[in-house]
Ligand binder design. Structure first.
Ligand code: 0L1
Ligand code: MG
Length: 283
């Protein structure tokens, strides 16, 4: 692996887009976190981050994964402030990230998973920017669900700048879509509430308004942003519109439910603490 000596001002970073992509996928495979690249490579900006993200996606597809949709990151102002990154961004969902009802959080594949509630769209039509409005975006949505995303940053303590987190596919881990479906015309997406319940205790609350004022704004942003790279959102794709509230640690042994006002409960079991500890120790 390439190393750098950031303390030496005469030493330019030896990181490249290719080696950052390699390191991020290695961290993911080895369940190893690391410090953010921008401390060593300040020029790793948003555009560079998206090129690295495209390279990691290319490698995921090469090993057999399929794109199933896109996810938005940091569409809520509260999350932006907490993470210290001031604009939303887009990343990829593949079939390797899909959880089915009853599945446990895949602790054996993740570093420090956290769970956040999401309004989820399934597209009935292809949507291509630029210039797509929230109204046009919503008209292309076929179904609305509640969901829960399991995010997992490859950066120590989830500390990153915009270029880092975009390169890291927006902390992608896994996601679960609920089983209550609504047509977009049959739900007030601004007023839709969610409580995050951890082991029976409500620890967070948000509404659809927390997602850029309306989750369809997040979809429009995704489509217009993808258009700058010649990409579109395809019919049938899933869109995670961004964490509505803060993300909460998926502590082993706990049960986390995202309890939506009209979209039902989406529950994730975070694994058995005793068995998992034994597995971690290589037993
Ligand atoms: O790690 C993070 O919080 C960045 C991804 C944000 C995911 C989201 O806002 O939905
Ligand atoms: Mg999310």
């Amino acid at each position: 692996m390439t190393t750098v000596t950031p303390s030496d001002p005469a030493q330019h970073t030896l990181w490249t887009e290719d080696s950052v992509a390699t390191e991020l996928l290695a961290c993911e495979a080895e369940r190893r976190d690391r410090t953010r690249f921008t401390d060593e490579w300040p020029e790793l900006d948003v555009e560079t981050g998206y090129r690295i993200q495209a390279e990691t996606l290319r490698r995921r597809l090469e090993r057999g994964e399929k794109v199933v949709g896109v996810k938005l990151g940091l569409t809520s102002k509260a999350k932006q402030e907490r993470m210290g990154v001031d604009s939303p961004f887009v990343a990829w969902l593949t079939d390797a990230m899909v959880l089915q009802p009853g599945d446990e959080v895949p602790q054996d594949k993740l570093i420090h998973p956290r769970i956040e509630p999401e309004i989820v769209f399934v597209m009935k039509e292809r949507l291509e920017g630029p210039g797509v409005t929230a109204e046009q975006a919503l008209a292309a949505v076929g179904e609305v669900y509640g969901g829960a995303e399991v995010i997992d940053s490859r950066y120590r303590d989830f500390k990153f700048r915009a270029g880092d987190v975009i390169a890291d596919n927006a902390s992608s881990g896994a996601y679960l879509v609920g089983d209550v479906v609504k047509a977009p015309g049959d739900i007030d997406l601004v007023a839709e509430t969610v409580e995050v319940v951890v082991d029976g205790e409500v620890v967070d609350f948000a509404t659809g308004a927390d997602v850029m004022g309306h989750p369809a704004e997040a979809l429009a942003l995704a489509v217009n942003d993808l258009a700058t790279r010649g990409l579109a959102v395809e019919a049938g794709w899933v869109v995670l519109t961004g964490g509505m509230s803060d993300a909460h640690f998926a502590t082993r042994g706990s049960v986390v439910t995202c309890r939506f006002g009209t979209l039902g409960d989406v529950t994730l079991y975070c694994g058995d603490p005793v068995e998992d500890a034994a597995a971690d120790a290589g037993a």
